[in-house]
Design a protein around this ligand. Structure first.
Ligand SMILES: [Fe+2]
Length: 270
């Protein structure tokens, strides 16, 4: 296995490696867990694996979680399909940590590229640990003890406003009421602190008035998307990205309309 840093604050490329060996080796699982905690996101090139094999790999790192809004692979319901077509282009445009609208959001997300546009469709990741570290001491003190509201309804507002959207997502809405998370979270393995608010799902910081909350959130969102805290990945078919949602955020770049892009995704909880 070869490990190369992808950017200064976040990410590593893993090469000379086949993810199919992971299920049979606890040592390799430990190594990957350590690398993931350190780098936030791992990129594996050329992994032509089936959805079942992807699932076998994923299960080494956590319990599979379902998603209320996405379709799944035939016969492998644990594997979600994220697809963007001319008829139904991707609507997620903002920086986020996956499914922070859940009380127990996924710790890890794995994406496996199936169809990639000729150009465009990159993904950005940011280190929320580095974002925290870059705050001045007064700000760190101010954020300690604050909590914020995260809402499915806030994140999927565009889908909900489409004709029939509210009806289609009625069950998802009912099952996912707003949840509260601390603004600063500590990583359970590394002990490092991260900023845990995101532009997609975080609607408000509790205990502040609407304007104060909006200003503080905007400050933090700006910090997280600083160029020097991010890495940009250009996909090829069969690439895999695996990331830790506790110390990173990511953002898809929707610059390939009307081309087709299709990913398989698995999200894992502890
Ligand atoms: Fe995401």
């Amino acid at each position: 296995m070869k490990v190369e840093k992808s950017a200064s604050a976040i990410g590593a490329f893993i090469s000379d490696f086949d993810i199919r060996v992971v299920a049979d080796s606890e040592d390799v699982q430990k190594t990957l867990n350590t690398l993931l905690t350190e780098y936030g996101v791992l990129f594996f090139q050329e992994q032509p694996v089936s959805p079942q094999e992807l699932l076998g790999f994923a299960r080494c790192f956590g319990k599979v979680q379902d998603h209320p809004a996405y379709s799944t692979v035939n016969g492998v319901p644990e594997v979600q399909i994220l697809e963007s077509t001319k008829e139904a282009p991707n609507k997620i445009e903002h920086w986020h940590s996956d499914m922070s609208f859940r009380k127990k959001p996924p710790i890890i997300t794995i994406l496996h590229a199936q169809v990639i546009p000729a150009s465009g469709g990159d993904t950005l990741w940011a280190s929320t640990e580095a974002a925290y570290a870059s705050l001045d001491e007064d700000m760190k003190l101010k954020l300690e003890g604050l909590s914020a509201l995260h809402e499915f309804e806030h994140g999927f507002r565009e889908s909900l406003s489409e004709p029939g959207g509210r009806k289609r997502l009625a069950e998802a809405l009912a099952e996912n009421p707003p949840v509260v998370h601390p603004v600063i979270k500590r990583h359970p393995i590394s002990g490092k602190k991260s900023v845990y608010v995101n532009r997609l799902f975080t609607s408000k910081i509790l205990g502040l008035d609407k304007e104060q909350s909006a200003i503080l959130l905007e400050n933090l969102f700006e910090k997280i998307m600083s160029d020097e805290l991010t890495v940009r990945f250009s996909w090829k078919v069969n690439c895999i990205a695996m990331w830790d949602n506790r110390n990173t955020q990511h953002k898809p770049i929707n610059d390939y309309f009307p081309e087709h892009r299709k990913m398989h995704r698995i999200t894992l909880v502890e």
